[in-house]
Design a protein around this ligand. Structure first.
Ligand SMILES: [Zn+2]
Ligand SMILES: [Zn+2]
Length: 461
């Protein structure tokens, strides 16, 4: 427990971005080697991907770990006010340092259980880099890493404890780089062709597209090169980055094609040229109700973390930084007892009971590279509470609470839930078969097709 807390703090401090998690991956690999496991570093062409395998017989259970951080979310620890660090711009705003620690904890617990009961099983702790941007798991799935795996389990830190159900969107990330001609914006504007104008025209075009796309699709952009800060120079170069999301791989490709046409149209309008750079993509999540039931049973058996008065005081300060009405208005439709959750949000600083949810096939807005794994192998995940009620993921509040004992408890508890469910599956192979049959039925004739072309290597753009 103490060494896991140390690892939690270490990963929080490193807060490295996708595919640059060198120190984090090393810390995790060293940790596992020190526990006596054989670790394979740098797998599937990714320097910061790794695995540790225990056992060589029976069903193969993979536990997925993440550890990448987010840019623009640097924040001092344990301070309930926005206070960025002066020496860093990154922060663990999605709690992936906890995700990594919790997954390792599950792996250690499970190894112990298998040994104690002398069971035939192969367990894999899979270090998956670049979840936030980069899609490490998509490369692992594309390159066949999960082909011999029977079940994949994972979790995500949250402000409630529940079993995750439903799908998440497929997503394509891309860049549009416009090339124009520079000139004096006052003296000879007729000679210039503005790449920045093309970016603006493209964004306007896409904003008109919104009215004519499905309501479960999303497109968003950030201008990554404005062409400079001088208004009196016609901007010769400009670039905009897009995320395009839809409910399935084929649908996201169609929407991406429409966005690309708008880019070409924009270039045509003001006589610039455009390079379309496909960066990466990930597919939608295929839910698995069979596995969700197994995870739910583990929650019912092991319940949720318990908190001290001191921890409640700590959480209260963070809860007060957020308009709690927003949380009350955003309770997931699948929560079975909404009144109980509303009361808990109003009366408690922390979610302190298991929030039971209905199964759902609804596609949630947002994306995760767990989707690519879920197409290849039955996959399911849980949320475990690690933070106060209030702000959600990608907030300074989550970064600030990332070293707390509440977060540690959440990660260790997630490990217990995943290990218990994995043990149930190992002891009841018919459940593994049922989960596989469910996946087959859901896919029908569809085959997994990774959105990232075969010849594209993992990269930081
Ligand atoms: Zn995130
Ligand atoms: Zn996340």
């Amino acid at each position: 427990m103490e060494d896991l807390k140390k690892l939690q703090d270490e990963l929080w401090e490193y807060a490295e971005l996708g595919f640059k998690e060198h120190k984090s991956a090393k810390a995790m690999c060293d940790f596992l080697e020190n526990k006596g496991f054989k670790v394979n570093r740098s797998i599937c062409n990714m320097e910061t991907a790794f695995d540790a395998v225990y056992g060589d017989k029976g069903p193969v259970i993979a536990i997925l770990a993440e550890y990448d951080a987010l840019d623009g979310l640097s924040q001092e620890a344990d301070v309930a006010e926005y206070k960025p660090l002066t020496d860093s711009t990154t922060g663990q705003g999605c709690g992936h340092h906890l995700l990594g620690v919790g997954a390792i904890s599950a792996f250690l617990d499970l190894k112990k259980m298998i040994d104690e009961e002398n069971l035939d099983a192969t367990i894999k702790l899979v270090g998956c880099p670049a979840e936030e941007a980069g899609s490490g798991k998509a490369y692992l799935a594309r390159d066949g890493y999960f082909d011999d795996v029977d079940i994949a389990l994972t979790w995500h830190p949250s402000n409630i404890s529940s079993v995750t159900s439903g799908s998440h969107q497929a997503c394509i990330q891309c860049y549009f780089r416009f090339h124009g001609v520079s000139s004096h914006a006052a003296g000879s504007p007729e000679l210039g062709r503005s790449a920045l104008d093309s970016v603006e025209l493209m964004n306007v075009g896409v904003n008109y597209l919104r009215e004519h796309m499905s309501s479960d699709e999303r497109v968003h952009y950030a201008i990554t090169n404005t062409g400079g800060s001088a208004p009196n120079v016609v901007q010769a170069e400009a670039e905009v980055r897009y995320f395009v999301r839809s409910t399935t791989g084929p649908k996201v490709k169609k929407l991406y094609d429409r966005v690309c046409n708008i880019a070409r149209g924009s270039a045509l309008m003001n006589e610039t040229e455009v390079d379309i750079i496909f960066d990466e993509g990930l597919v939608n999540v295929i839910p698995n109700f069979t596995l969700e039931d197994v995870l739910r049973d583990s929650f019912l058996k092991l319940d949720v973390p318990k908190y001290t008065e001191e921890e409640r005081e700590y959480a209260k300060k963070f809860k007060e930084t957020y308009d709690i009405k927003i949380v009350l208005n955003n309770i997931d439709d699948t929560v079975k007892d909404k009144e109980r959750l509303k009361n808990n949000i109003l009366e408690s600083e922390l979610n302190d009971y298991f929030v039971d949810k209905e199964h759902t096939n609804v596609c949630h807005m947002g994306s995760t590279d767990v989707g690519d794994v879920s197409w290849v192998v039955p996959t399911a995940q849980v949320n475990v509470n690690c933070y106060s009620y209030g702000a959600g993921g990608h907030s300074w509040q989550w970064v600030a609470q990332g070293k707390s004992s509440i977060a540690t408890k959440g990660a260790i508890h997630a490990g217990k839930i995943l290990a218990d469910s994995a043990l149930t599956l190992i002891k009841n192979p018919e459940l593994i078969e049922k989960a596989k049959k469910e996946l087959q039925e859901r896919l029908g004739d569809d085959k997994y097709e990774c959105l990232i072309p075969k010849d594209v290597l993992p990269h930081v753009y």
